[in-house]
Every structure is written in C-alpha cells, then in structure tokens.
Design a protein around this ligand. Structure first.
Ligand code: BGC
Length: 414
C-alpha cells in the first residue's frame, strides 16, 4: 500500500558528471590536480599523508567512460527511468575549433543505450571542467568563452539531435564561481569579488545564448541546475533581514536573470543555513561523512520558494556522503516525503535524481567521500549497490513510498 504516491510519469533516477566518473580526462581540473600549488597545499594540510596522493588525482575515476553500459544496466535493474550525466567539453573540443567526432559518437552511443533501456537522459553541457585551451585564455572571465561555449552547445546538439529532450546548460553557476573565483579553493583559485561577478555574468550570458540555440532543435526543454539553500532565520530583525538578502542573492539572482530563458528549473539541494546573530548556526543533529548537516525538510522550503517561477521543477541533485550507508535510505525517504508535501502544496515537481548513481571523484576532496547509491571499489572498478539503492528501487518502481518501506526505515539502526 502506498502512503505517498507521486504523480504519473514521475522521473526517478540518479546523476553523475563527466569529470567525476568518466576517467581519462584531460582538462583544467586534471591539470590543476597535478600542479605544484595544489600539491603544496595538500602537503601543508597533511592530506597526502592521511589519504595518499591518488585520492586527489581523478585519473581513471570510476571508469564510467568504458563501463557506462554496466552502470546503466544496473540503474535499470535498480528501477531508474531517468539518468542525468554531463558531456565533457574537453573531449568534444580538445583544441579550439576542432571537434572530435569519436567523442561525439561516444555520447551518441551512451544516449542510444539509455533510450534502448527506456531511461530518460537529462544532459548537462557544462559541469565545471574546461578544455585546457579555454582555461588558458582566462576561462569564464574571458567573454570569448561565452561564444566558444555557445558554439560547443550548437555542435553537440546538432550531433545528438533527436536523442536529448532535456538539456541542462550549466551546473550550479554560483557554487562554481564562489569556489573558483571568490574563495580561491578550486581552479584557478582566485579570490576576487570583481572576477567572481564577471564570471557569474558571463555564465548568465552563456546560458541565455545557448538557450536560444538549443531551442532551435525540436521538442527540447532547456534549463540550468541551480544549487539553492534553505535559509532560516532566528526570530529577530537582523537575522530576518540577512536571510532575505542571502536568499535573494544566492537562490534567486541567477534565476531572475535567466527567467525568460528556461523551460524548467533544475534544483540541486544539499544545505540549510540557519542564521543566528549573523552566523550560520545549524543544529547538526545528523551529519554526513563530510560534516554536512542532513536536513531533509529543507527541500520542502526551497521547492516552495521556486513555485513563483511557475515552471516545472526537476530535482537534479540531492544526496549525501555516506560510505557505510548508515543514513542514505532514511535520508532519501525523508527527503521524498517533503518533496511529496511540496507537490501537495502545488509545486510542479516532475523528477528526483539522486546524487549520485555511483561513487565518484568529489572535486577537491577526491575519492574519499562516497556519494553513490552504488559503491565503487576503486582498485578493481567493481560495482556493488548499497542497501539504500534497493529502498530507492522500491520507491521508483512503485512510483511512491509504501507502508512497508516506512516500516523498514523505522527499524533501521541509526
Ligand atoms: C555538484 C556535484 C558534487 C555534489 C556533492 C554538487 O554541488 O554538482 O558535482 O559532487 O554537489 O558535493
């Protein structure tokens, strides 16, 4: 018996991104991982001693470029009817203006395979990594990158014509620009408000322009994947005002700027920030392996906030690092209860794509955090679904949460 039933035709699946799973990439990240500046920083933090240098080199990653069939067959067995993945720009255009047919054909094969399996692809064009030649001209700080991106989008869409119904141009523009240009953590490690704003603005332009190009292809929907945070204020004027500003800047600014250029909103949800006397003061009752607070209720609030855009919403990411699979099943079920509540309150949610399908390379943290529904043993590249993957399977196959699943979750040791 279903206690929480989801709308007919709901998409259930999981997400990945090229650099994090494919392996064998040559791009600005793979080069940065090996740079002296990066190595020195890891040494200073004692990270190499702790985890070994291999942890921080994307290298063969999860080997997904070769093993995609195995991975998607597994996804199918796990009840998924949708999959989000990204195309690696550096493979498609390794040199300026030279488009690699073999790479394009590979993504076409992946898409054909997903179609055969009746898994709906959600395709991201840019998930943070750049061809080295783009990084060399200043990456997203250079307005020329906007034009190059649009051309890459066009070439890719032409080659993959008819196979993609849902395009995500850009993944989490604000996370990328913050970490790469404001906090100075990710390549190119800048700390400049000016560069940060310039990059954000170029990403807005890139999205709008590629939206127009992609919409020339029949029957496709185009949007971005947006990281939104649930900001909660202590009851006082200072915190309430701050929350209004944060919410406007982080959650809405980019969406407002591209409002007329999106057919849906892709929501990536991970964080709540509870603001107390100007500072983040979360309760952290439960946390993931990397210390992120697990607060499933937050997804309800961010979904409600997005209702004003009057667009369908695809949850394009939501998940946690949990190597021992202690919290994942409960987290998924609790989050989905809140997604269901948002739907009941009139939010048009059409997809839930968990982050991630398989364990992967978690950017500057390397392979240590385990986000996968499916575990990857990196020495052999063997895949093994975690128990939570079967709970999710039950939900996906039944298009809802049954009483049985709710009971199972209750019984799980916490
Ligand atoms: C990103 C993913 C990342 C995940 C977990 C999202 O911000 O899109 O690439 O792995 O969060 O940190």
């Amino acid at each position: 018996m279903l206690v929480y039933k989801f709308p007919e035709g709901f998409y259930w699946g999981a997400s990945t991104s090229s650099h994090q799973v494919e392996g064998g990439n040559y791009n600005n990240w793979s080069e940065w991982e090996k740079s002296q500046r990066r190595i020195n920083h890891l040494k200073e933090q004692g990270k190499i001693e702790q985890l070994g240098m291999e942890n921080f080199l994307s290298g063969k990653a999860a080997g997904h470029y070769d093993l995609y069939k195995e991975d998607y067959e597994l996804a199918k067995k796990l009840g998924h009817n949708a999959a989000r993945f990204s195309i690696e720009w550096s493979r498609i255009e390794p040199e300026e203006g030279k488009f690699d047919e073999k790479a394009l054909q590979k993504y076409l094969d992946i898409l054909s395979f997903l179609r055969e399996l009746k898994i709906e692809p959600f395709v991201t064009l840019w998930h943070w990594t750049l061809p080295v030649w783009i990084a060399d001209i200043g990456g997203w700080e250079n307005p020329k990158t906007v034009e190059y991106f649009v051309r890459y989008a066009q070439k890719t869409a032409e080659y993959l014509e008819g196979k993609v119904d849902v395009w995500i141009t850009i993944n989490e523009p604000e996370i990328f620009s913050t970490f790469s240009y404001y906090k100075g953590i990710w390549p190119p490690q800048k700390k400049s408000l000016f560069s940060y704003l310039k990059v954000l603005n170029n990403l807005i332009r890139a999205h709008k322009k590629s939206y127009i190009i992609l919409k020339q292809f029949p029957n496709c929907e185009v949007g971005i994947a947006k990281n939104n945070i649930y900001y909660e204020a202590q009851k006082n004027i200072l915190d309430e005002s701050l929350v209004k500003i944060y919410r406007w800047w982080w959650n809405f600014y980019f969406l407002n700027r591209v409002a007329k250029f999106q057919d849906f909103i892709g929501l990536n949800f991970y964080f709540r920030n509870k603001i107390k006397w100007g500072k983040v003061a979360n309760e952290n009752l439960k946390t993931s392996d990397i210390g992120w607070e697990l607060f499933p209720e937050g997804i309800y609030h961010v979904l409600k906030e997005l209702k004003k855009y009057k667009k369908p919403i695809y949850i394009t990411e939501n998940g946690l690092a949990d190597a021992n699979d202690k919290h994942r099943a409960e987290f998924i079920v609790e989050s989905l209860k809140f997604v269901h509540k948002a739907i009941e309150h009139g939010v048009d949610v059409k997809a839930y794509l968990h982050w991630s399908l398989i364990d992967n390379f978690e950017w500057d943290s390397g392979f240590a955090p385990r986000f996968g529904l499916v575990e990857v043993e990196y020495s052999t590249l063997k895949r093994k679904p975690r128990d939570s993957a079967f709970i999710y399977k039950d939900i996906a196959q039944n298009n809802g949460i049954s009483k049985d699943i709710l009971q199972k979750i209750k019984k799980q040791p916490q």
